[in-house]
Design a binder for this molecule. Structure first.
Ligand SMILES: [Zn+2]
Length: 303
């Protein structure tokens, strides 16, 4: 049959059909990653920190009196107006404790959303990474902002802070945690352990907001609350008060990070059981638009 004309057409059609990929939906990360500027909409965080997007985000000026945005090539210095205002307040605090200001790492992409590299969160313009490196200068060139690296404040064995950690770090973190707009702050556990040791009995309520997490030894991660009236923004659950059961989190759940987390106790030998296949949890990088709130389509389509 291949010799007949209709046979040739059929063979050709089959070849074309098999060569074409099944039309897979593009990832949300690729769509949001391609956006170069904010949507022309009223500012609004949409969805959750790790599954959402941001309408009407504002660009943090690359350099201000008390800050510089780093890694400008990533174009991730966009946030909700509340975040931009917070960074300005934090920069002023940094100056008050003797630093030149702060180096600001990633906030969000121009329209938020999942990213093709890095963070699972930072999707709605209410997360920002602040470098542990105290700025020496606030006149870094674009090239210097690409090449300069932050410093780690954690020892190589991950159990304590190292000589890079100073009282100024503690003061800056305390100022950040006391800011009413802040929901929680992620730091490497040794930093919180150190802060627990030095906090006085009368001045430690804010410690609840300082949360230990893996990584976070070269930067701390500030997460703001959903701004008042932001109806499409979902507050994180459990709240920090629920997590620390009303306490300050200076307890065994904190010590776990520098003990069992690093040295998991050997499990008692159990009879071998066939492992049940678990469905793999999809990461933010694999999300399609169907995984995000519907309003995110409007954010993407907006001018
Ligand atoms: Zn972060």
């Amino acid at each position: 049959m291949a010799n007949t004309l209709s046979g040739k057409i059929l063979a050709l059609a089959l070849a074309v059909a098999t060569a074409l990929p099944v039309s897979a939906a593009p990832t949300a990360a690729s769509l949001f990653g391609a956006e170069k500027r904010a949507s022309r909409q009223a500012p609004q965080p949409i969805g959750t920190y790790a599954r959402g997007c941001g309408a009407g985000l504002v660009q943090l000026p690359e350099t201000g009196p008390t800050w510089q945005a780093m890694r400008l090539s990533r174009n991730r210095n966009w946030g909700q107006p509340e975040m931009i205002a917070f960074i300005q307040r934090l920069g002023a605090h940094a100056a008050a404790i003797g630093w030149k200001g702060i180096y600001v790492g990633d906030i969000s992409q121009p329209r938020g959303g999942p990213m093709t590299s890095g963070h699972a969160s930072h999707q709605i313009g209410l997360d920002a990474d602040i470098w542990m490196l105290p700025p020496r200068r606030l006149n870094l060139t674009r090239a210097e902002r690409e090449s300069l690296s932050s410093i780690s404040v954690r020892s190589a064995d991950q159990r304590r802070v190292n000589g890079n950690y100073t009282a100024a770090h503690a003061a800056l973190l305390r100022a950040a945690a006391m800011d009413p707009a802040v929901d929680r702050i992620f730091v490497t556990a040794p930093v919180k352990i150190e802060m627990c040791k030095h906090a006085t009995r009368a001045d430690r309520a804010w410690l609840q907001k300082i949360r230990p997490l893996y990584g976070h030894n070269t930067h701390f991660h500030v997460r703001l609350k959903c701004p008042p009236g932001a109806r499409s923004c979902e507050t994180q659950r459990p709240t920090v008060a629920e997590l620390s059961k009303g306490g300050d989190g200076c307890d065994e759940t904190l010590t776990w990070w520098v003990t069992d987390y690093l040295d998991p106790p050997k499990k008692a030998a159990r009879p071998a059981q066939p492992a049940k296949p678990q469905p793999r949890k999809r990461g933010a990088r694999e999300f399609t638009m169907a995984d995000l709130p519907r309003e995110c389509r409007t954010v993407l389509a907006s001018d």
